[in-house]
Design a protein around this ligand. Structure first.
Ligand code: IMP
Ligand code: MG
Length: 183
């Protein structure tokens, strides 16, 4: 990792301005759809926190937020998506309209597991908003209800997304230079 993170980027995929405009657009649609509902935004740490922080301020109906922390069980997890809940939600979901806020929907394995888990608690409704979607990578039948950008199958960082816990604080989304992985 160089001193200037920009030097590690092959190119910028989505600029700050493009992201801002899209988040505003998503916020408007969600605002319309959740009038009269009991919206709770659920975010799985950590990647989606930047998106959550921006998106929630573009939603004009009342919304609660809550966080989950999950960890992988180790080998075999990649194929099943089964995760260990390290921090669960703080409140019951019975009267809630849940909107899961995700940074990127890739294989969909983890999110599919989490959606089923939350569904079993019988919320009023449950939907998914993802900033980025990589549909070509999907391994389970899962779609987001709201998608910011559909992206090609390239590893992206920034705006919350990390490579080895780095680059989350970039204000844009970029594609890393291959050499960054190989050193
Ligand atoms: P999946 O949908 O269960 O395969 O996992 C999605 C998670 O993998 C995301 O929440 C990210 O943490 C991570 N991920 C997938 N693709 C990327 C990427 O291109 N850059 C950074 N993280 C990624
Ligand atoms: Mg991640």
């Amino acid at each position: 990792m160089r001193e200037n993170m920009r030097d590690d980027m092959l190119r910028v995929l989505l600029s700050e301005e493009e992201i801002r405009a899209k988040v505003k657009e998503l916020g408007n649609v969600i605002t319309q759809d959740y009038h009269g509902k009991n919206l709770m935004l659920v975010t799985v740490l950590k990647g989606a926190v930047v998106f959550l922080a921006d998106l929630m301020r573009q939603i004009e109906v009342p919304a609660q937020i809550d966080f989950m922390v999950v960890s992988s069980y180790g080998s075999g997890v990649k194929s099943s998506g089964v995760v260990k809940i390290v921090k669960d939600l703080d409140v019951p979901l019975a009267d809630k309209d849940i909107l899961i806020v995700e940074d990127i929907l890739d294989s969909g394995l983890t999110l599919s597991y989490i959606k089923d888990l939350l569904q079993s608690r019988a919320p009023r409704s449950i939907r998914i908003v993802t900033l980025l979607d990589k549909p070509s990578r999907r391994r389970v039948d899962l779609q987001a209800d709201y998608v910011g950008f559909s992206v090609p199958d390239e590893f992206v960082v920034g705006y919350g997304l990390d490579y080895d816990e780095k680059y989350r604080n970039l204000p844009y989304i970029g594609i890393l230079k291959p050499e960054v992985y190989s050193v």
